[in-house]
Design a binder for this molecule. Sequence first.
Ligand code: F6R
Ligand code: MG
Ligand code: MG
Length: 371
Amino acid sequence: MRTTISVIKCDVGSNVGHHVVPEPLVNVAEISLDRAQKSGQINNYFVFNAGDDLELLMVHEKGEGNKEIHALAWDIFQNAAGKAKDLKLYGAGQDLLKTAFSGNIRGMGPGVAEMEIEERRSDPIIVFAADKTSAGSFNYPLFRMFGDPMSTAGLVIDKSMFGGFKFEILDSKENTKVILNCPAELHEIIALLGTSTRYTVSRVWRAEDNLVCAVTSTTKLSLIAGKYVGKDDPVAIVRAQHGLPAVGEILVPFLHTYFVEGWMRGSHWGPLMPVSLKDSKCTVFDGPPRLVAIGFQVCNGGISLGTMGKPLIADMFDDPAFDMARRESVEMTSVFRRMGEFEPARLSAEGMEYTTLPQIIEKLKGRFKPA
Ligand code: F6R
Ligand code: MG
Ligand code: MG
């Protein structure tokens, strides 16, 4: 049976500042998705937030890029943005960059990650959602999960992974993509993915049978809007177990923090903090950038359900095992903030091109004289 997991997200407004999606906006999404489930449009859903981003997880049988599913998400974001305007919440409708919906939500502002799968006997899925960062921030952990035999034991011990994995890598500058084989092209993969501000992993397959294992959203808001409109807070869907990285191999890259682009005004390097859903909110210097992970089992076109009919959702970072990463993230925050607005705390000149800094340089232009 072919089942589709769609995660579509959007910053539609936040309480207070760019801090967190408040309950009235979550409600708008839940009421609509409940209706969509009852009418058979989708089979199951889960609404959550990554900081100020409203995240819609929908499981259905309509395939990737389906017009009805995208329209459903688009309408929810429109309505939630309307609610945010009424309540005078901050940044109401922030990521809704276009007005006329023409069948696909891609390129209109919201972020999209979708994976159509042939359901295996049992299919564990982890969905990652981050706030105050960008798509490239999944390069490092995805490489660790599918390419690093010192991190994923299965690459060494499980013969069904011996054929390795294929990485689809997007060049956001040239708008091109390439598929590289791991481990055969390990060094080339690291060469590209290390430049996480430009290249992003968009898809991963198991090499021997092309089984899809991971997908990410790769939106560049600044390229759609032509100016800085916030970072492209990304989502990723990762498939686990039985010849793929185990859930624990998918989570172990987050034992330590690592640096990602984004944070305050989308202009700084910040230490990513893995948090539970209850701590999915940005505070210090509008951060530090946060990451949540929810897990579930796919079941006959939907999500395995609990006794009350609610989807069984696991909050993966709600665990003291990630306390060290959280503490490191606070320590690194303190180190970097001591640097203020000096590189490398702030992004390099190229990264700042898409922020509001060029306006400041423009203002000083006439005052520069030949040296
Ligand atoms: C980063 C982000 C925030 C804002 C900052 C200024 O992605 O959303 O750090 O950039 O709070 O926001 P404005 O310009 O809306 O006052
Ligand atoms: Mg915002
Ligand atoms: Mg955000």
